[in-house]
Design a protein around this ligand. Structure first.
Ligand code: HDD
Length: 714
């Protein structure tokens, strides 16, 4: 019965995008496509007939001093002057979307009685905000940075926020260090430089002097910090939380989001270029995927350690600079999250959404993780500065269940409460009383200790997992790590800084330290300080997350054309790729009509190009196809931009497909380095020094033809 209810709800949500939260938000949503009343009004509701001219003491020519008495103009200007609120002190730049969460069955009931994690008939409305950390709101999306992955689950028992990142560990172990690490990474105080980068003296100075950052810094220098899309990143709750089951037994837990599409990154060169070409690349990508129906989906998993096994590991399981290696503690998949609705208004939803790690529901609790303990204080506090003390009343933040208590007043209080504002009171029969059942019960943890400022014994070791991280990467990922360290440390001009960090790397891996030191002018080591024993963990390399079946869902594929291209092929390619839920984009000499074979330029009907060669570069696409057509191929060959387009796509390891004269263009004009073209294109799999050239029969309907693709190994 309950799973039928779930299926019906799911179908309804898929159709309408409406969860209980969507219905709740609708109460506060004005649809200007269908306004409740026609005509502009003031904020106090009076119709305004002229919003373009300030009231003036006008002379005969219609000019004269503007009058301060114009309350309509004053209201308009004063409202505008106060439109901005303080941006988040970290994670200022972000994008968000709505969706829902559900569990597959009740298997997690052995760990928790939280209904959201155990009742498969539930569809829990969810809002997710992805973010970068370092830059201000106006930064760029594809910078090298940690990505925030904050999830608000509007459960029937209240809001549960998992405020995570796309990297499973954190820079520091104790929350008291947070202002230091953030001051160090943020733009330097004397000149507000740099924006969207950790490549500067202060960050590397701090990191070099704070070895607990070493593991996380490795992750940030890896490809994880330049994701291809928000939809292709993992999410981690990072901190250790707890779950309590119906029998009162407690477990330590870490939360994981695993993307259906696999974990993919940009190349650094792509990331740099996209930062300039399209700084909003990731937020547009999220919107595009949802509006084209390729709903971003993550599996939800938990790593669980029973309380009695807390001390069985060589690391402290409460130390946020350590992962729980999946080969020791596997991730158990229990549910999924699907994002299926874009926001209606950025400010009221994405800017005003406010998370707090302390927002948990019965069955879920905290641990003594010293980072989490401090976070539980910080988030509520920061929301008071950004949004005011009544931040949880704002529509995007308010729970879908009723909120009743004796908290009152404060700026921007919305709710009008009838009755007294204290407990106990004489109205017990009618007013809210402490819940007899279902109330949040703190786990009766035994605590005894000496009051002191300390760090746990096992917290003192900082390099073993940093080594394990490097060892677990593929060769190409490791090479990227060396390049990233070299880029960042080359941007530090103070020798104290880059020399001390290259020395620190000697604690992690000899080759890494040596290669980076050579590149950036640091002291080149002749032996390792802490020899790297070579231990590895599974599911650290991004290659370990490839979907079981390769898929092109939501991939952006460019079809490069000039006048005289083969239209039949383009139509067939689009329908073929569209069936796999990829999006195709015709990029031509102009946006608007481009004329295929058989049509006279500017006189035919033409076929609409979505973009102009100059306007959208190859960096913004995942793959490239060039159809046949002699005149078109010649025009592409005559254009330096087009030749560069293809060379750049090749340099970024993108699959390139071509048909007929498109292949001639590739062979004779683009001249891809290292690619040998077979004389007879029907030869299969011609191996080249850079990649694999394949030809094959693809079913392009009427345009059935040999299509020729170049795919590089990595
Ligand atoms: Fe934090 C925002 C993630 C440690 C204090 N943090 C913020 C956001 C994310 C994280 C995703 C943006 C939420 C949004 O989209 O609105 N933070 C983390 C993770 C951490 C972490 C995964 C380590 C496990 N944070 C951390 C510490 C402190 C803070 C140790 C302070 C002691 N974080 C904040 C904050 C922010 C914030 C200052 C700024 C805006 C906000 O909270 O809402 O309170």
């Amino acid at each position: 019965m309950s799973s039928t209810v779930g299926a019906v709800k799911e179908a309804y949500i898929a159709l309408t995008g409406e969860t209980t939260k969507a219905v709740d938000l609708a109460k506060d949503t004005v649809d200007l496509g269908n306004p409740p009343r026609k005509g502009i009004t003031t904020d106090h509701g009076v119709y305004v007939s002229d919003t373009d001219n300030w009231l003036k003491a006008a002379d005969g020519r219609g000019t004269g001093p503007s009058l301060l008495e114009d309350q309509i103009a004053r209201e308009k200007i004063m409202r505008f002057d106060h439109e901005r609120i303080p941006e988040r002190v970290v994670h200022a730049r972000g994008a968000g979307a709505h969706g829902y969460f559900k569990v597959f069955d009740n298997r997690a009931s052995k760990y928790t009685f939280a209904r959201v994690l155990t009742d498969p008939s539930r569809i829990t409305p969810t809002f997710v905000r992805f973010s970068t950390v370092q830059s201000s709101r106006g930064g760029a999306d594809t910078v090298r940075d940690v990505r925030g992955f904050a999830t608000k689950l509007y459960t029937e028992e209240g809001n549960w926020d998992i405020v995570g990142n796309n990297i499973p560990v954190f820079f520091i172990q104790d929350a008291i260090k947070f202002p230091d690490v953030i001051h160090a990474v943020k733009p330097e105080p004397q000149n507000e430089v740099p924006q969207g980068q950790s490549a500067h003296n202060n960050f590397w100075d701090f990191a070099g002097l704070t070895p607990e950052t070493a593991h996380m810094v490795n992750w940030v220098m890896s490809d994880r910090a330049i994701p291809r899309s928000f939809r292709m990143m993992q999410g981690f709750g990072v901190n250790t939380f707890t779950l309590t089951n119906a029998q009162g037994k407690r477990f330590f837990v870490k939360f994981h989001w695993i993307p259906e599409l696999g974990v993919h990154s940009l190349l650094w060169d792509e990331a740099l270029k996209i930062s300039g070409q399209d700084p909003d690349f990731h937020r547009k990508d999220l919107e595009e995927a949802i509006t084209t129906g390729a709903y971003p989906t993550w599996l939800f998993g938990v790593q669980v350690i029973p309380e009695e096994k807390e001390n069985d590991f060589e690391f402290d399981i409460l130390d946020a600079t350590k992962i729980w290696p999946e080969n020791l503690v596997p991730v158990e998949i229990i549910g999924e999250m699907i994002l299926n609705r874009t926001v209606d208004e950025f400010f009221t939803e994405v800017e005003q959404v406010a998370f707090c790690t302390a927002n948990v529901v019965p069955g879920i609790g905290f641990s003594d993780d010293p980072l989490l303990q401090g976070r539980n204080f910080s988030y509520f506090d920061t929301q008071i500065t950004r949004l005011g003390v009544n931040w949880q009343e704002i529509p995007i933040n308010r729970p879908v269940c009723p909120v009743l208590n004796h908290q009152r007043d404060g700026q921007k209080r919305h709710k009008i409460t009838k009755g007294v504002n204290y407990w106990p009171n004489r109205f017990e029969q009618t007013g809210p009383v402490p819940a007899k059942e279902g109330g949040y019960a703190d786990y009766p943890q035994k605590v005894a200790g000496i009051k002191q400022r300390v760090r746990g014994t096992k917290f003192q070791e900082h390099f073993k997992q940093a080594q394990m991280f490097i060892n677990s990467l593929s060769d190409i990922e490791r090479a990227h790590l060396v390049s990233a360290y070299s880029f960042e440390l080359s941007h530090c001009d103070d020798p104290t800084v880059y020399e001390s960090y290259t020395k620190l790397l000697q604690n992690i891996d000899f080759d890494l330290a040596r290669l980076v030191a050579i590149n950036v002018g640091g002291p080149v080591p002749d032996k390792a300080i802490h020899p790297n024993p070579g231990h590895k963990a599974t599911r650290i390399s991004q290659f370990d997350f490839a979907p079981k079946e390769p898929m092109i869902k939501s991939r952006r594929i460019a079809i490069l054309v000039a006048d005289g291209f083969n239209l039949g092929e383009v139509v067939a390619i689009r329908s073929l790729l569209g069936a796999g839920m990829a999006t195709t984009w015709v990029v031509g000499p102009r946006r608007g009509p481009v004329y295929p074979i058989g049509e006279e330029v500017e006189k035919g009907v033409g076929y609409n190009a979505d973009h102009h060669w100059e306007g959208q570069r190859s960096t913004l696409f995942d793959a490239l196809i060039i159809p046949s057509g002699a005149k078109h191929a010649q025009a592409l060959a005559d254009s330096g931009r087009c030749v560069h387009w293809v060379r750049e796509a090749f340099g970024h390891c993108k699959p390139i497909g071509a048909l007929g004269e498109g292949v001639v263009f590739l062979r004779e004009a683009v001249k891809l380095p290292g690619v040998q073209f077979a004389a007879n294109l029907s030869n299969d799999n011609v191996t080249t020094s850079y990649g694999v050239v394949t030809t094959g029969q693809y079913d392009l309907g009427s345009a059935a033809a040999d299509i020729f693709t170049i795919q590089q190994g990595e």
